[in-house]
Design a protein around this ligand. Sequence first.
Ligand code: KPL
Length: 295
Amino acid sequence: MNIVILGPGAIGRLWAYQLHKAGHQVALWGTQPAGEYCLIQDDLPPITLAYNQPSTLEHADLLLVCVKAWQVATALLPLLDKLAPQTILLFIHNGMGALDTLTEQLSNYPLLMATTTHGALKQGAHHVMHTGQGTTQLGAVNAQGERCDFLVDVLNHAFSPVLWTENIHHALWQKLAINCAINPLTAINNCRNGELMKANYQPLIKSLIAEIVSVMQAEKIPVDQQALSESICRVIEATSDNYSSMQQDVAHQRPTEIDFITGYVIKKAAQHGLAVPVNQSLYRHIHSLQQRWIP
Ligand code: KPL
């Protein structure tokens, strides 16, 4: 397939490398000047990919959108008039709600979303480290997307395991809950994910989970509080040496994904008349940190 990766961050670079290795024609799109881009994964041989070359967009069968949730609209909308109408748009990012304001502009494209638990770390301008083996869940967002379930085989062949899910919304909520429990706390306390295993964090994490579960239930998302707590514990343990993406954003004074993670839960809670005070206080805390570099 002709595949363009929009947003060569850590996850974008990982998919680019793996898809190229599987024999696809892969190109990148980002914010640097057009040219060629040398990409290295771990200690594997370097590969060279086209970068910001308009013809790659015109011929794209698949656009893999790997920018952060808050960047989706500004990164994608200027590219739409260069894409063929049948180009499949597949989004991979933390958080939910990024497509809510784009439904009109995107409604004719096959739309899919994926959520992944692979660990990836950008090193310098051209390198990515695969820091943890994970799973990717893939599902359709609209009827045209449902006709693209063949993509699960394409992606599985490149970077397994990839599972097709009939309700990607459910999978995205599960990942959202994990991010709500880990990301703001690690960013505020400037610590690795593993710190959250300590006893002093347990009451706070328990309250966060209880609030998120109440919102998920109101949204009719199947959820079991005990199972969700256990899965959050497993992610904390499995990624204990890692810094979360929000800790990294705060440490490097970049905008965080808080509006699409905790902010999404707060928005949904308000729609159901539910109180989520613990999430709200973390949301305010992250915003007050961000105000130091985003006026
Ligand atoms: O997705 C993550 C993130 O950092 O954004 C987790 C799962 C919390 C791993 O760090």
